[in-house]
Design a protein around this ligand. Structure first.
Ligand code: FE2
Length: 430
């Protein structure tokens, strides 16, 4: 007797007619026509089941604060977003931070997003954000994995207390060492900050994830130092560069050499396609650059690449809905990854690649993995990115924790079907 049996699924790797059985919080069988019964059985009807979506880059302390300071981001720039975030600080309370973070986690679960790496600003010496998000992390742990990154929004050298704030934040249970070297007072100080923070992470056996080169300056090359330090400290596989927007604008020869070095050093790249398209290129006239890292080239070189959401309803981005398929959809367009292989790679960038980069244990659709998965109203990963469909069922440790009804539309048209749905009606006609 299984706890849960999902029949007749399609898997992201293309296998069809596959049943998935779960017991004791784990997947115990993945095969056609599994014999046996379950406490709950779901007929997937041939639709796609995927491991959960994973957001490798987010800011849970900033989310849903749009308008808290009473002003919109008029210029749409990163700089105005950071300024507005500063003006938002006096309005931040423990209760408000907790309420917004928990509300976002609810939304995430409804979208099948069950793991989030969130940066948390440690600029304010109170470390209020760390305190609250550590509580939120513990509260949501039964249904959603939150990983916290200590993030110096204004820079490591922005204030004398910042090195101490890092130590305190890590002692409070923050998981990952962050940074923002391109925002340090000088380029040289950015490199020094990178070295100091990578050394700190190495001493504590922690991962590193730095906001890095989030600008359109082709000579912003902090990622070069992050890559060097990764190799020097033997931290391959535990370091990520987030954003890396300048890579879009870099000289092609330099970029090609950098990509090769990143891949061989084991430095992962986390693009944030929606945020990058919103915030970059703002001081260009025409043509306007895209400001997104070179995802297909990094993937081809063997580097791990994920796409993150970064922001939802905050001073940097006034939209968003915790849907990682929105992120994959934007990434596919920005990076010209619209071929079949490209779409599959974009799907991986918000699922398995992101899980690998943040070091998520027990992830996948194989016996022995955690029984965490999502049934989508889509035929395959490309269809999922095309439709960004409802999540029919979200499963955590073998239990359904969110359900959304199938989307159908009733038509009143002469000689046409009474009801259509976005998957089967299109399939039937094509
Ligand atoms: Fe960010």
């Amino acid at each position: 007797m299984f706890d849960l049996l999902v029949r007749n699924t399609t898997l992201p790797d293309g296998r069809t007619g596959i049943d998935i059985a779960a017991s004791g919080g784990k997947i115990v069988a993945v095969a056609p026509s599994i014999a046996g019964e379950a406490a709950r059985e779901i007929d997937a009807g041939g639709l796609l089941v995927t491991p959960p979506f994973v957001d490798a880059h987010f800011h849970l302390d900033g989310t849903l604060t749009l308008g808290l300071a009473g002003k919109p981001n008029k210029s749409g720039t990163l700089a105005e977003g950071i300024r507005l975030w500063g003006e938002t600080q006096p309005f931040l309370t423990a209760e408000g931070l907790r309420k917004r973070a928990l509300a976002y986690c609810d939304l995430a679960v409804s979208q099948g997003l069950l793991a989030i790496r969130s940066h948390v600003d440690i600029t304010d010496d109170s470390l209020l954000g760390v305190e609250v998000l550590a509580e939120v992390k513990a509260a949501v742990a039964p249904y959603l994995d939150v990983q916290l990154v200590a993030f110096p929004q204004m820079g490591y050298f922005s204030k004398p207390s910042m090195p101490g704030n890092f130590i305190r934040a890590l002692d409070m249970g923050v998981d990952v060492v962050g940074g923002i070297p391109h925002l340090e007072p000088t380029d040289a100080l950015g490199h020094l900050a990178t070295t100091a923070l990578c050394t700190l992470a190495a001493e504590r056996g922690l991962m590193v994830d730095m906001h890095c080169d989030e600008n359109d300056d082709p000579l912003s090359r902090q990622i070069e130092t992050l890559t060097y330090e990764t190799r020097r400290l033997g931290m391959g596989g535990r370091v990520a560069g987030s954003h890396l927007c300048s890579m879009h604008s870099m000289d092609n020869f330099f970029a090609a050499r950098l990509i090769e070095r990143m891949a061989s050093a084991g430095v992962a790249a986390i693009a944030n396609p929606i945020a990058n398209m919103t915030l970059q290129g703002r001081i260009d006239t025409y043509p306007k650059r895209r400001g997104m890292l070179r995802a297909p080239e990094l993937m081809a070189a063997g580097a791990a690449v994920a796409f993150g959401q970064d922001s939802v309803l905050d001073p940097w981005y006034p939209m968003g809905r915790a849907d990682m398929l929105d992120v994959a959809h934007m990434g596919a367009h920005v990076a010209h990854m619209t071929g079949d292989d490209g779409l599959r790679a974009c799907f991986a960038a918000v699922t398995e690649n992101a899980a690998r980069i943040i070091g998520l244990d027990g992830y996948g659709l194989a016996p022995g993995c955690n029984a965490d998965f999502v049934l989508l109203q889509a035929a395959d990963p490309a269809d999922a990115i095309r439709l960004r469909p409802v999540r029919l069922a979200v499963v955590r440790r073998g239990k359904v924790i969110a359900e959304t009804p199938m989307q159908t539309t009733r038509l009143a048209l002469p000689g046409r079907p009474d009801v259509i749905d976005p998957v089967r009606s299109v399939r039937a006609a094509s």
